[in-house]
Design a protein. Structure first.
Length: 197
């Protein structure tokens, strides 16, 4: 699978493809671009490395021009479509703003084997609607820090629990300082288990 560097389409979505040549890939959505979030985020890179150890590639994306979360959802879906055309099994992951983007995008596709959201910042994505999460047809996971006072994660966690998703809590802040290895293992293990052929 060739690294596209830029996805086809009207929006300027830059990418980095990591990991082995395989028919399993996870699309990774970064945190809020207006606060410096991009595909080089340390949590995205760490999850990508952990996926590679599990024989899964990772397509880390940068969003196109800022669009209050709407265009960013389009970007995530474009990446999922690109990956689906090249791989048998596709997962979706996002951190913070990217976690909410990943969940919102997952409501609009049936191409996913799994979706994982780390510290999803639901209120930062225009049009994010908790009531649509029940339309996600694949296994879903939410990981959050109990001391997170950056993202408004509570409503997402409550809905995820109602829907019977895998919900993992940690005694951590929004950035999971000192606990990144544990977070990465939770996310990578969940995605790997659900991307099994």
């Amino acid at each position: 699978m060739d690294d596209p560097n830029r996805l086809p389409g009207n929006r300027d979505v830059r990418t980095t493809l990591d990991g082995p040549e395989t028919d399993r890939v996870v699309v990774a959505c970064p945190p809020h671009p207006q606060f410096g979030g991009d595909r080089h985020d340390s949590r995205l890179r760490a999850v990508s490395d952990a996926l590679a150890e599990r024989d899964i590639a990772c397509l880390r994306i940068d969003y196109g021009a800022w669009d209050d979360g709407r265009g960013e959802q389009t970007d995530a879906l474009a990446a999922v479509e690109w990956a689906s055309e090249r791989c048998e099994t596709v997962g979706l992951f996002g951190y913070s703003f990217g976690g909410a983007v990943a969940l919102a995008a997952a409501t609009a596709t049936d191409e996913l084997a799994a979706v994982s959201a780390l510290a999803p910042a639901a209120s930062s994505v225009e049009g994010f609607d908790l009531t649509t999460l029940d339309s996600i047809s694949c296994p879903a996971q939410v990981v959050y820090g109990e001391r997170d006072d950056t993202a408004e994660w509570q409503s997402v966690v409550q809905q995820a629990e109602t829907l019977g998703w895998r919900v993992e809590s940690m005694a951590a802040d929004h950035f999971f300082v000192g606990q990144q290895n544990r977070v990465v293992e939770l996310v990578a293990d969940f995605l790997a288990a659900n991307l099994e052929q």
